[in-house]
Design a protein around this ligand. Structure first.
Ligand code: SF4
Ligand code: SF4
Length: 66
């Protein structure tokens, strides 16, 4: 499961576009991680402020070209 540091998140929404199952839901006040998050870690390197953590280490080393 992915953790969002709400103190760091600037609600830019960049991460929501790279999640395969659309498990990231950007609301006006916070980013929600929905139940269907697989913990793949794909979203983690896309966050410009490092607000996302967790997921599978191997996936976090994956491509950033999405
Ligand atoms: S870890 Fe994977 S499934 Fe979960 S929110 Fe990030 S990209 Fe989506
Ligand atoms: S990419 Fe980072 S800062 Fe932007 S909405 Fe996602 S968690 Fe928040």
């Amino acid at each position: 499961m992915i953790a969002v540091d709400a103190g760091l998140c600037v609600l830019c929404g960049l991460c929501t576009g790279v999640c395969p199952p659309n498990a990231l839901d950007l609301t006006p006040t916070r980013l929600l991680v929905l139940q269907n998050c697989s913990g793949c870690g794909r979203c983690v390197p896309y966050c410009p402020v490092g607000a996302l953590s967790g997921g599978r280490p191997a996936a976090r080393r994956g491509k950033r070209d999405g």
